[in-house]
Write a protein that binds this ligand. Structure first.
Ligand code: UD1
Length: 421
């Protein structure tokens, strides 16, 4: 199992290219099921999550061909030969539950393993299921699998989500594009990923209005056709690498970065004293001398502060001047990085969904353990600012969502290497 070793204390300088968005790409891949014609994706990130989902799609009968050294992908679902998404794969990658809406929409039938919980919380799928039931699907839960059928096809309906869910909005939207009549999704997710999925579906012939707002109106069509779609930049990778020079000092330009993707983070970082400049090629982030100022953060659905950047922001606040309060409102157990950061000398008190962080002068390197994808990268960020060596083990979590973190940070001057045991 690989580990990453970071030796802290070096200011960063240079540029980091931002890859295509993992979460967007995964949902676009699921949408390929909706058409008999090929969907070509470009700016595909080279991540283990993408390979895992490719395997699942192949098991359903789709062909997945990589081009441009894995930077592009052609998905052909001319025929869906199997409608069962097995536990073996779904348990590894929760996003694969999002084959349910497309399979049901295209084939009128789907058997998809329940994803189960994960380290950050229970992560239920009740809203995925209730929205499909509202559209006429019959759903049974048997032996850990969702058996969904719509023998007479799905029909358009008005659905109001009790709270915002990215996955449920996307599953319902994918099911609705081939349903009979009009579907209205209220309290829909406004995430850039959801909007990008809608843009791709529209390019495939779907009729969707209001993507990117909290109300979407979807007019069902008979069939979708193929298209070519470029994956948007990964706002979580972007946000992570914006925090790198903020915590380590220095100046880094994030190529392909766009402020509107990370506006809530940019706002908090600027309040903490970090400079962020829009450039022709992306965003330039710099921290001159001195510590950042403590700021409070509460996670919220987009356009609020992303839960997927909470751990990284906590690492930054560990080195800030003053006390900050971080409130996690999306997942019930998403402070697993806190005990690891405490091992590095951080001062953090967690009570329920709130973490109070009092900045310290200097973090100290320590052996720490990655517990989930974003938690692992927060430990690497902390390592950049720490005195001495930080050894982050279990980095397979990291490889699910970050392309060669050691190369990207190494290229801007960080002392970081991957070691295989
Ligand atoms: C997606 C992202 C993930 C991000 C999250 C929140 C992907 C692949 N993953 O996850 O990185 O952290 O959005 O921005 O896109 N919930 C229910 N019932 C449901 C569905 C959700 O109770 O049927 C709850 C979840 O447990 C969670 C909250 O709703 O507490 C939000 O989850 P959701 O937006 O659905 O997250 P994901 O789509 O799983």
């Amino acid at each position: 199992m690989d580990s990453i070793v970071v030796t802290g204390g070096r200011a960063l300088a240079g540029e980091i290219p931002i890859a295509g968005a993992k979460n967007t790409c995964l949902k676009l891949m699921c949408a390929a099921i909706l058409s008999e014609e090929p969907l070509t994706l470009t700016n595909v990130p080279r991540l283990s999550d993408v390979s895992t989902l490719s395997q699942l799609l192949e098991s359903l009968g789709c062909e997945a061909a990589l081009l441009q050294e894995g930077r592009a992908m052609v998905l052909s679902a001319a025929e869906i030969s199997n409608r069962v998404a097995h536990y073996d794969i779904v348990r590894k990658l929760r996003a694969s539950f999002n084959v349910l809406g497309p399979l049901l929409g295209r084939c009128g039938e789907a058997v998809v393993s329940l994803p189960g919980g994960c380290a950050i919380g229970a992560r239920k799928v009740d809203m995925h299921l209730s929205s499909l039931q509202a559209m006429g699907a019959e759903i049974e839960l048997k032996e850990g699998y969702v058996h969904a059928t719509a023998p007479r096809g799905l029909k358009g309906v008005e659905i109001e989500f009790p709270f915002v869910s990215v996955g449920a909005t996307e599953n319902a939207m994918c099911a609705a594009v081939l349903a009979r009549g009009t579907t209205v999704l209220k309290n829909a997710a406004r995430e850039p990923d959801t909007r990008a999925l809608a843009d791709c579906l529209v390019a495939m012939g779907a009729r969707i209005e209001g993507a990117g707002t909290s109300q979407m109106v979807i007019e069902g069509v008979d069939a979708l056709h193929g298209t070519t779609h470029r994956v948007i930049p990964d706002r979580i990778e972007l946000g992570t690498y914006m925090i790198a020079p903020a915590i380590a000092g220095g100046e880094v330009e994030l190529l392909g970065g766009r402020r509107e993707l990370v506006a809530a983070l940019a706002d908090r970082m600027e309040a903490a004293g970090i400079e962020i400049e829009d450039t022709e090629r992306g965003l330039k982030v710099s921290r001159a001398n001195g510590r950042v100022t403590a700021v409070d953060v509460a996670t919220a659905p987009f356009p609020g502060f992303p839960t997927d950047l909470q751990a990284q922001m906590m690492a930054l606040m560990c080195t800030a001047n003053g006390t900050s309060v971080l409130e996690e409102t999306i997942f019930e157990n998403r402070f697993m990085h806190a005990p690891e950061l405490i091992r590095m000398g951080a001062s953090i008190d967690v009570h329920g969904g709130t973490a109070t962080v009092t900045g310290v002068d200097r973090l100290k390197g320590a052996p720490v353990m990655a517990t989930d994808l974003r938690a692992s990268v927060s430990l690497i960020l902390a390592g950049l600012a720490a005195e001495g060596e930080t050894l982050v083990s279990r980095v397979y979590h990291l490889d699910r969502g970050y392309e060669h973190v050691e190369q990207k940070l190494g290229a801007v001057g960080a002392r970081i290497e991957r070691v295989s045991e």
